[in-house]
Design a protein around this ligand. Structure first.
Ligand code: HEM
Ligand SMILES: *[C@@H]1O[C@H](CO)[C@@H](O)[C@H](O)[C@H]1NC(C)=O
Ligand SMILES: *[C@@H]1O[C@H](CO)[C@@H](O)[C@H](O)[C@H]1NC(C)=O
Ligand SMILES: *[C@@H]1O[C@H](CO)[C@@H](O)[C@H](O)[C@H]1NC(C)=O
Ligand SMILES: *[C@@H]1O[C@H](CO)[C@@H](O)[C@H](O)[C@H]1NC(C)=O
Ligand SMILES: *[C@@H]1O[C@H](CO)[C@@H](O)[C@H](O)[C@H]1NC(C)=O
Ligand SMILES: *[C@@H]1O[C@H](CO)[C@@H](O)[C@H](O)[C@H]1NC(C)=O
Ligand SMILES: *[C@@H]1O[C@H](CO)[C@@H](O)[C@H](O)[C@H]1NC(C)=O
Ligand SMILES: [Mg+2]
Length: 275
C-alpha cells in the first residue's frame, strides 16, 4: 500500500537519509541584494515553517505565500539556503496533500496537523492550544536559552531542546502525538535550522543568526550570515540528524502513526490515514 510505504520511509530515518546521493552541484551564488527582506503584508500568507516563511519574506518564494508547488519550493530552497532537492523535495511532496487545490498549496495550508505539522515544536505551540502556526516567544525560550555560556547552538543543544519541549508537551497536552514519525520530522527540522543558519558539516550555528531566523523570519545578512558554500543535502543532514536524535534522549509515546492525507472536508469527511 502506497501510503504505508510513505509512512515507513518517514519512520526509517537513517536509511532514508543515507540512501540518496547528492543530485546537484551547480552551486549558484545568488545575489542577496536582489532579495530584500520585506515582512508580510495583510494579504500575504505565512505558516508554521520558519524556513519557508523566511524564503517568502526575501522573495525566493512568492511573497504572498500562494501558488506553491514542488518545483517552486525546491528552487527557492536551493537559491536561498543552498539546500538540494533530495530531502527538501520529500517535505514539499508531503505538503502537496495539505491543500484542496490538486496542483498547488499555500504557506497557510501546511499547518494541517498530522501532515508535517506536529506537536512539541520548538517555536510554535501545540495544535490543541488553538495556534500551531505563529511564532511564540514562550515556546521558543527553551531554544533561545539553550547552550548557555557560548554563542552558538549545536547538535547537543538541539537534542536537549527537543527533549525539553517534548517533556513540556507531555505534561500539558493530553492529545500529544509522539511516534517515530514526529520524532523524525522534529529532528530533521533541527538539522535544518543548524544547517541553514550555520555550518552544515559541523552543525554549529551562531545563536544570533538562529534567533533572527525564528523571531523575524529574516536572513541575517546584515549580521554577517552567508548562504552556505557547501550544499545542504542528505550527505550533510544525515550525520547531524543522527547526532541530534541520539542526544535528544527520545522515548516513544502511546498511539499509532497517522498522516493527514487531505484537509478535513465535507466531501472527504476526514483525511487521516492510520497505520
Ligand atoms: C527550505 C528549507 C527549510 C527549512 C530551513 C525549514 C525549517 C524548519 C524548522 C526549523 C521548523 C521547526 C519549527 C518549530 O519546531 O517550531 C520547521 C517546521 C515546519 N516546516 Fe520547514 N523548513 C524547510 C523546508 C520545508 C518544506 C519544503 C516544507 C513543506 C513544504 C516545510 C514545512 C514545515 C512545516 C509544516 C513545519 C511545521 C512543523 C511543526 O513545527 O509543527 N518546511 N521547518
Ligand atoms: C557535478 O560533478 C560531477 C562530478 O564531479 C560532474 O561530472 C558533473 O558534470 C557536475 N555537474 C554539474 C551540473 O556541475
Ligand atoms: C544562477 O542564478 C541566476 C539568477 O537567478 C541565473 O540567471 C543563472 O542562470 C543561475 N545559474 C545557474 C548555473 O543555475
Ligand atoms: C509550479 O509553479 C510555477 C509558478 O507558478 C509554474 O511556473 C510551474 O509550471 C508549476 N509547476 C508545476 C509542476 O505545477
Ligand atoms: C483530543 O483527544 C480526545 C480523545 O482522543 C478527542 O476527543 C478530542 O477531540 C481531541 N481534541 C483535539 C483538539 O484534538
Ligand atoms: C504561547 O504559548 C503558550 C503555551 O502554549 C501560551 O500559554 C501562550 O498564550 C502563547 N502566547 C501567545 C502570544 O499566543
Ligand atoms: C555543543 O556545545 C557544548 C557547549 O560548548 C559542548 O559541551 C558540546 O560538546 C557541543 N556538542 C558537540 C556535538 O560538539
Ligand atoms: C532520558 O529519558 C529517560 C526516560 O524518560 C529518563 O529516565 C532519563 O533520566 C533521561 N536521561 C537524560 C540524560 O535526560
Ligand atoms: Mg507544530
Amino acid at each position: 500500500m502506497a501510503f504505508k510505504s510513505l509512512l515507513t520511509s518517514l519512520c526509517t530515518a537513517a536509511v532514508l537519509l543515507a540512501s540518496v546521493a547528492a543530485q546537484s552541484n551547480n552551486t549558484n551564488s545568488t545575489d542577496l541584494d536582489d532579495h530584500p527582506y520585506i515582512p508580510p503584508g495583510p494579504n500575504d500568507l505565512r505558516g508554521p515553517c520558519p524556513g519557508l516563511n523566511t524564503l517568502a519574506n526575501h522573495g525566493y518564494l512568492p511573497r504572498d505565500g500562494r501558488n506553491l508547488n514542488v518545483s517552486v519550493i525546491v528552487d527557492a530552497g536551493f537559491n536561498g539556503y543552498h539546500m538540494e532537492a533530495d530531502i527538501l523535495g520529500i517535505a514539499a511532496k508531503v505538503a502537496t496533500l495539505t491543500s484542496r487545490d490538486p496542483l498547488s498549496f499555500t504557506l497557510d495550508d501546511i499547518k494541517l496537523h498530522g501532515n508535517i505539522e506536529h506537536d512539541a515544536s520548538v517555536s510554535r505551540a501545540d495544535f490543541i492550544t488553538g495556534d500551531n502556526v505563529h511564532f511564540n516567544e514562550t515556546i521558543f525560550s527553551v531554544l533561545a536559552n539553550a547552550n548557555p555560556g557560548v554563542d552558538f547552538y549545536n547538535t547537543t543543544s538541539a537534542g536537549q531542546v527537543q527533549h525539553t519541549r517534548l517533556a513540556q508537551s507531555t505534561a500539558t497536552n493530553p492529545n500529544l502525538t509522539n511516534t517515530d514519525k514526529e520524532f523524525f520530522i522534529r529532528s530533521v527540522e533541527s538539522a535544518f535550522y543548524l544547517s541553514a543558519m550555520g555550518d552544515p558539516v559541523t552543525g554549529v550555528a551562531p545563536k544570533n543568526f538562529v534567533q533572527i531566523f525564528f523571531r523575524e523570519e529574516r536572513l541575517p545578512i546584515a549580521e554577517g550570515w552567508k548562504r552556505s558554500e557547501v550544499p545542504i543535502n542528505s550527505d550533510t543532514l544525515g550525520p547531524l540528524f543522527n547526532s541530534i536524535a541520539a542526544q535528544s534522549n527520545w522515548t516513544r509515546g502511546e498511539g499509532c502513526h497517522w498522516v493527514m492525507l487531505s484537509p478535513n472536508d465535507p466531501v472527504l469527511r476526514f483525511g487521516a490515514m492510520f497505520q
